[in-house]
Design a protein around this ligand. Sequence first.
Ligand code: NAP
Length: 247
Amino acid sequence: MRLSGKTALVTGASRGIGRAIALRFAAEGAFVVVNYAGNEAAAGETLAAIASSGGNAVLSRFDVGDAAQVDEAVKAIVAQRSRIDILVNNAGITRDNLLMRLTEDDFDAVVRTNLKGTFLVTKVVSRQMIRQRCGRIVNMSSVVGEMGNAGQSVYAATKAGILGFTKAMARELASRAITVNAIAPGFISTDMTQSLPEATRKEFAERIPLGRFGAPEEVAELAVFLASDAAAYVTGQVVGINGGMYM
Ligand code: NAP
């Protein structure tokens, strides 16, 4: 029970990596606020899975890119729980295309959710963490933010942006005992990578030294460590979990 008594907000926790983190956090004793954008059924499944294994969680629907919704949702969490110990900025989207075909709308949508969303939620939650004089923030970047990938220019730009944001926040918040770290996963089996053609997935797997995609649960294990008391002296770091794809 490494997160016993903690309240955690996990954005984009209805599916994929966020769901695995929510489940693992709850299993480690945290009260989990499961955020999602619109997929009510998937969010309900996350909540039911936590409840059936004896964990505690609530749903919180808000768009991370909408400042008013973020404000209102975080206020409601603080009103209910009095504190937020852990924030995982995990919500993210892709609109993959080669630059020549990438539209301004695609660019804006990806920046809005991935980068602006991370900024908006961190701004409001860190205000509460500063009052508490403790907290853990974990931002979901990507190996693509470190090494680039053809067809993912805007996605890679947001994930690289998250690394800069993480390091700046780590410096700003360190004096209040708030740590800020980034996880940079490689290819993980979720809806996001499921949408890639089978041939592309096979080709990617061949480029990974460990020869396979990762599981969301493997990323969740790392998130537990960074969110736990054991990681009190770890801040401003980018932790890769990519099967050796990028070293
Ligand atoms: P996913 O399966 O597509 O799930 C995305 C999650 O984000 C869903 O819960 C979705 O909610 C939520 N979401 C999307 N837009 C949102 C918004 N505006 N406000 C609030 N929630 C929003 O994605 P995933 O593969 O688990 O990826 C999770 C994170 O890991 C992302 O940041 C992604 O970039 C990063 N990542 C993934 C991989 C990978 O290989 N899968 C690799 C590196 C990094 P709804 O269900 O309501 O739509």
